[in-house]
Write a protein that binds this ligand. Structure first.
Ligand code: HEM
Length: 482
């Protein structure tokens, strides 16, 4: 397969590791998985429908064929559980929440939690998302250079704090942010002991730090839950309609059962954990990609300028080009770069026999850059997600949120937040990478820019400037497309 096929001089290939020509040896593979698993993929992965290898005695099948992926994630999903590596990495505090639960416990939680993330409920969170974005712009007012990755991470944590506990945490929000950041930094690195399957009783350095952060978090949340329960009992009409209230009121529609206190706590930390860094990375990569594409930067700014003047309730649905940039950013840099499962019983995928306990990996990173499935896969081109053409993308070739029963429950929330925040930022500022800083993707549970994203901020003088510059950029873009 020719890797430069279809390239033209206008094609810009954002930074990504060149796939290895051959599979790495066992020691190099473990080292690469520890440092940056993204650098372990081989050319074969980006060219073949299925690639079989062995990792410490276990057969691993990396599947890139849409109908086989559909079989693993949907049609035969009951034959595939979350694998041991995910369970080990996730066991730091998320245990008992939706992300790590299996079987009956998962079904009951998924039924109870689905209404919390229904489109109508999520639309009610739009003002919190927009005001968090406005606050970010205000913070950037006096700054010339910012770490955009750190700042959007702060923003997504802020959005979750406002939507989960809208009355605040009772304590110092900055203390909460520092503790949460420490928690995610320590659980965020895949421990070599976990990769080699060392017994759980062996101490992991990160885990001890994470535990103390978790103790702080649990005690803060317990206090808030107690106060909210009391308010719900005494003055039910005055309690805010945030996620905490929704969780306390949630009932399994089949059994009428409420969730236990420990499950509520585990799910709050699950939402913060699963929802803040993933959405922040989507925003970071979108900002970086736009900083390298003046035409798209101005198209998004012009759309924001135009659509922010219309009704707020339908705003997110009108930000079509902004959304196409976000879709393309998640194609090139999917925040969850690998979804893995362990087979329970035998199966056959792409003609290959899968045995019980084999690992099956669906990697959105590889899938989204696969040469059989995408035209110019390594090139940034949001037009793929605009009409005409977007309906040709196979449902199982583009999986930033997974698929099947375990599809991301927060997808609507994340897409709404990313779209509103990106449009707000682009309407007010332009960003440019600080010269000399190498932007590079690294996988630390989520796929983020290594060493952050130092950017030079320029505030747009007036909205008129947006529309003027946008008109020029649009003309240029139309010329390129012809
Ligand atoms: C751009 C942002 C996001 C991305 C790319 C993303 C991606 C994913 C993916 C790929 C899965 C499936 C994992 C698997 O099948 O093994 C997943 C599951 C999940 N996500 Fe997200 N997510 C995002 C935002 C959020 C947000 C904002 C929340 C909550 C506030 C959230 C909560 C969850 C939960 C609870 C699950 C587990 C669902 C289940 O097992 O039933 N995610 N996410």
């Amino acid at each position: 397969m020719n890797f430069t096929a279809f390239m033209s001089s206008n094609d810009w290939r954002p930074p990504a590791p060149t796939p290895c020509a051959r599979p790495l040896g066992a020691f190099a593979l473990l080292r690469t998985i520890y440092n940056n698993p993204l650098e372990a993929w081989t050319r074969e992965h980006f060219e073949q429908p299925i690639v079989i290898s062995r990792l410490l005695g276990t057969q691993v099948a990396v599947v890139n064929e849409p109908s086989a992926i559909r079989r693993v994630l949907l049609d035969n999903a009951s034959n595939y559980h979350k694998d041991w590596l995910q369970q080990r990495v996730l066991s730091n505090g998320l245990n008992g929440g939706l992300l790590s639960a299996e079987n009956e416990q998962w079904q009951m939680q998924r039924r109870s939690l689905s209404p919390v993330f229904a489109r109508k409920t999520v639309m009610g969170f739009a003002p919190a998302m927009m005001s968090a974005a406005e606050d970010l712009i205000k913070r950037w007012q006096d700054q010339n250079v910012v770490d955009a990755a750190a700042d959007v991470t702060r923003l997504t944590l802020d959005v979750l704090r406002r939507t989960v506990f809208s009355e605040g945490l009772g304590g110092d929000p900055e203390e909460f942010r520092i503790v949460m950041t420490e928690f995610f930094n320590t659980i965020g690195r895949i421990d070599a002991l976990d990769v080699i399957g060392a017994p759980n009783f062996l101490p992991r350095i990160g885990r001890r730090k994470a535990r103390s952060a978790l103790r702080f978090f649990n005690s803060s949340v317990d206090k808030i839950i107690a106060t909210r329960r009391q308010n719900l009992a005494e003055e039910p009409s005055s309690v805010p309609k945030d996620i905490l209230t929704l969780l306390l009121r949630a009932r399994d529609p089949e059994t009428g059962q409420a969730m236990r206190e420990a499950e509520i706590r585990a799910n709050i930390i699950t939402f913060i954990s699963a929802g803040h860094e993933t959405t922040a990375n989507t925003l970071s990569w979108s900002l970086y990609l736009l900083s390298q594409s003046p035409a798209w930067r101005e198209r998004v700014a012009a759309e924001a300028y135009r659509e922010f003047q219309g009704p707020t309730e339908t705003l997110v649905d009108r930000l079509i080009e902004t959304r196409a940039v976000i879709d393309e950013a998640m194609r090139l840099y999917p925040p969850i770069a690998a979804i893995s499962r362990q087979a329970i019983g035998p199966d056959v995928l792409c003609g290959v026999a899968i045995k019980p306990r084999d690992m099956v990996v669906v990697s959105p990173y590889v899938l989204h850059r696969h040469y059989r499935l995408w035209d110019r896969p390594d090139v940034f081109d949001p037009r793929r997600f605009l009409d005409p053409g977007c309906d040709q993308i196979d449902r199982y070739a583009y999986l930033p949120f997974g698929a099947g029963p375990r599809i991301c429950i927060g997808a609507t929330f994340a897409l709404q937040e990313a779209t509103l925040v990106l449009a707000t930022i682009m309407r007010h500022v332009t960003l440019e990478p600080v010269p000399g800083h190498r932007v590079w993707p690294i996988l630390r549970v989520t796929l983020r820019p290594q060493g952050g994203l130092p950017m030079i901020v320029r505030h747009r003088a007036a909205d008129a400037e947006v529309s003027g510059a946008a008109r020029t950029a649009l003309k240029e873009a139309q010329l390129v497309q012809r």
